[in-house]
Design a protein around this ligand. Structure first.
Ligand SMILES: Nc1nc2c(ncn2[C@@H]2O[C@H](COP(=O)(O)OP(=O)(O)OP(=O)(O)O)[C@@H](O)[C@H]2O)c(=O)[nH]1
Ligand SMILES: [Mg+2]
Ligand SMILES: [Zn+2]
Length: 243
């Protein structure tokens, strides 16, 4: 590791707080996810993306460990692409083993400050090692018992790329606690829901049990994904975690 090129941001395990403190410097927040080993739920991804919205940081998804996907996992990944890209969240597929998707990611990150977050063990540090040859960040195998990460990265650190970009590696996070959203503001951080909500009868509609709710109609008609609505309701109801 070349010390002079590294900038320690802060010690923390909660993404929301990290973003708060270094938010002004971040051009894009990537949630690094894996469909298996360990599994990242769409609920977790939606909490991440809505938090990024709250800080006005463009969010994106990186599905890592593509080298171990079978046909059915590939099909699932394609579905998530069809779900998230129309909302405005790019979906990347990558592998720090086969190198799949790496060039595309590099191009995307050039000249920008990029944050990598996600569960422990999804391969954030491994990906960064591949994106910045010679960096040698510490990585570790999953726990054999639970196939979960072992919290190898312990503080957020920024690394410079050859193309003028920067990547901030962060410690793995277990779950998102309730973010301090105002109840009526939650839908503002779900662009797909917000766009439709203009058609609701009541302008203070929470899209829960109100009459003539355009959001609920859109969910029923499949124009808003049920998983997104479910994530919205979960945040609205103030659950501490959502898996
Ligand atoms: N098959 C496969 N394994 C990978 C890939 N990327 C990372 N891994 C493995 O996943 C495990 C965890 O990788 P890390 O890079 O330490 O994960 P991390 O997200 O940085 O984890 P924390 O620092 O604990 O948050 C290691 O055993 C890696 O070798 C990948 O693309 N494919
Ligand atoms: Mg790490
Ligand atoms: Zn409504």
């Amino acid at each position: 590791m070349i010390d002079r090129k590294n900038y320690i941001i802060r010690k923390s395990v909660k993404l929301s707080r990290q973003v708060q403190i270094i938010g002004a410097n971040i051009d894009r927040a990537f949630v690094v996810a894996t469909p298996v080993s360990p599994k990242t739920s769409l609920g977790f991804i939606d909490r991440f993306l809505s938090t990024a919205e709250a800080y006005r940081i463009p969010g994106a998804i990186i599905w890592n460990k593509a080298d171990i996907y079978d046909e059915s996992v590939r099909a699932y990944i394609a579905e998530t692409k069809a779900l998230y890209e129309p909302i405005g969240y790019k979906v990347f597929v990558a592998s720090s083993v086969s190198g799949e998707g790496i060039e595309e990611l590099k191009a995307e990150m050039a000249g920008k400050v990029n944050l990598f977050s996600g569960h422990s063990g999804v391969g954030k540090s491994s990906l960064i090692n591949y994106l910045i040859p010679g960096l040698n960040l510490k990585t570790a195998v999953l726990s054999s018992q639970h196939q979960k990460g072992v919290h190898t990265t312990t503080f957020a650190e920024m690394h410079s790329m050859e193309n003028g970009g920067f990547i901030i590696d962060t410690p793995g996070i277990r779950e998102f606690g309730t973010i301090d959203f105002d109840t009526y503001e939650v839908s503002h951080f779900f662009p797909d829901i917000f766009a439709v909500s203009k058609g609701c009868k009541f302008n203070n509609c929470l899209h829960f049990s109100e009459k003539d709710c355009a959001v609920k109609t859109a969910v029923d008609e499949g124009r808003i994904a049920f998983s997104r609505y479910d994530s919205y309701l979960s945040i609205l109801s103030g659950q501490d975690s959502y898996k």
